[in-house]
Design a protein around this ligand. Structure first.
Ligand code: NAD
Length: 499
């Protein structure tokens, strides 16, 4: 199989008529994409709309045979895709970004339905996609001449791995996959996207769009039940698995990949601390902390999950925080006034109901929320009241575990060393932030937080140019940045003897 830069005919990129990318059905038909063909399976399943708990459309339940076909097609496409110049692959990715943008009207309501995200959340995820791809493709791994003397030359270069698999969580069903595939494809790998069974719809549509852009076998999608991930991690012809999900599943993925020594990147859970110093300007800091804590109803790996507030401002902060959180409007994805949607699925909803129950039974002080509305009062939707917990003990579950929901503990601190010890007293290490007018001091404290990303006076800011990953059990390896590109390559040293 061979192909060239298609419409770009080389390295130039030519914008195509958006009509050629437009899908006309975002409601009824959801298919696997294997070798650019839309295929279904004997057995199908449905996920549910978390705003109503009503079933959505049928999606395929892929089997070993589907996995084998997709891996074979990805292997067949690899040599020609790898042989293209990076600029030619960039041309394809640029057209893919255009094509996603041409379909925003269809993808938006579908993303809202499958995730429960209210309009601002849907807009945020969709608006980033084209930009993400356009930023990723500016990155380049150049060959480097490490030594060049009269007798010998040594060169460091990076070569793609082969068939890549991306397995992702349900909280950002498109964004998580796009970051992985843009990097994997740019450096010359082929890619199979496995969405979460809780949110397969937009991912399948995005790859259906991709089938109008990329050559056969370069980008594929498989939907299925929870047994599909293990079929992919066990497959001998998959070269790399990039996984985003829970710590528990991440460990299983790593163990499964060991069998064939697949490359593996793990982006796992977080329990991010925000440390608020005594001099922080509450008028600006409180709204930001609340927004970064409750964003997407708390279902974000990098959301603030523990807020440590200096004791001298604790009471004022707590009061202002509660008042701000009260302004969030909980509602369905279809209601234009909602700012916080339901929890995305019944599994997470039941875990959180149990946690809310435990907070209430343990007698912790709850200045806002705490109650779990009966499911009937929400037409079966997975809605929870935004909740604030006032200074719970460090060993309570709401502090020690990743809650991944709209319930946030505020904790008092007085001594810098002690608050750092408490912030770092976790097996997780994804992100953390320090908030103060004294930037030097704040940066000094932030650098001692044991996490892959630390911020001063912000949180949750990431860009494709800067590497992102977790310390401790929050992950292995990084995504994004030049280091993320290297993660999708084998390193090769070329030695040339000149005499
Ligand atoms: P999960 O681990 O249950 O599922 C993630 C994916 O793994 C799904 O696609 C699932 O079908 C698949 N899977 C399940 N069992 C598998 C197995 N044995 N082998 C291979 N794949 C398997 O996680 P979730 O509930 O979907 O996501 C929530 C978690 O994800 C939270 O902990 C959150 O912090 C984390 N997360 C991390 C990041 C990050 O970038 N670090 C981003 C988003 C979410």
């Amino acid at each position: 199989m061979s192909f060239t830069g298609s419409k770009t005919n080389g390295s130039s990129y030519e914008k195509m008529d958006p009509a050629s990318y437009k899908l006309d059905d975002f409601e009824n038909t959801f298919r696997n994409v294997i070798d650019n063909e839309l295929t279904t399976t004997a057995k199908t399943r449905r996920a549910v709309d978390p705003s109503t708990a009503q079933p959505l459309g049928e999606v395929p339940v892929s089997t070993q045979e589907d996995v084998d076909r997709a891996v074979k097609a990805a292997q067949a496409a690899f040599p020609a895709w790898r042989s293209l110049s990076t600029d030619d692959r960039m041309g394809y990715l640029l057209r893919f970004a255009d094509a996603i943008e041409a379909n925003q009207d269809g993808l938006g309501p579908l993303l809202g339905r499958e995730t429960g995200k209210p309009p601002p959340g849907v807009a945020m995820e969709l608006a980033q996609l084209g930009g993400l791809i356009r930023q990723v493709i500016t990155l380049r791994l150049e060959e480097e001449v490490v030594e060049d003397g009269p007798e010998r030359k040594a060169i460091r270069r990076y070569v793609p791995l082969g068939v890549g698999v991306g397995i992702v969580a349900w909280n950002f069903p498109i964004g998580l996959g796009i970051v992985k595939l843009a990097v994997a494809l740019l450096v010359g790998n082929t890619f199979i996207w496995k969405p979460s069974p809780y949110s397969p719809y937009t991912a399948l549509k995005v790859v259906e769009i991709a089938a109008r852009v990329f050559p056969k076998g370069v980008l594929q999608a498989l939907s299925g039940e929870e047994d599909l991930g293990p079929l992919l991690t066990a497959h001998p012809d998959v070269a790399k698995v990039s996984f985003t999900g829970s710590v528990a599943t991440g460990k299983k993925v790593m163990a499964a990949c060991a069998g064939t020594l697949k490359r593996v990147t793990l982006e796992l859970g977080g329990n991010d601390a925000a440390i608020i110093c005594a001099d922080a300007d509450l008028a600006t800091v409180v709204p930001k902390i609340a927004t970064f804590a409750y964003i997407n109803s708390g279902q974000v790996c990098l959301a603030i999950k523990r807020v440590y507030v200096h004791e001298s401002i604790y009471d004022t902060f707590l009061k202002a925080f509660v008042e701000f959180v009260k302004t969030f409007q909980v509602g369905k994805s279809t209601e234009s006034s909602s700012t916080l949607g339901p929890v995305q699925n019944s599994m997470q909803y039941n875990k959180l109901r149990e946690l809310y129950g435990e907070v209430s039974k343990s007698g912790l002080t709850v200045p806002l929320g705490g109650d779990v509305p009966p499911a009937e009062s929400n037409n079966g939707g997975f809605f929870l009241t935004p909740t604030v917990v006032d200074n719970p003990p460090d060993n309570s579950r709401i502090v020690a575990e990743e809650q991944f929901g709209p319930i946030v503990p505020l904790l008092k601190w007085s001594d810098e060393e002690d608050v750092l010890r408490r912030a770092n007293a976790t097996t997780l290490g994804l992100g953390g932030s320090v908030w103060s007018k004294d930037l030097e001091r704040a940066e000094r404290i932030a650098r001692r937080i044991e996490s892959g990303t630390v911020w001063v006076n912000t949180h949750f800011e990431i860009t494709p140019e800067v590497a992102f990953g977790g310390h401790k059990q929050s992950g292995i390896g990084v995504e994004q940045g030049l280091e993320g590109l290297k993660g999708w390559c084998n390193h090769q040293s070329v030695w040339v003897r000149k005499n």
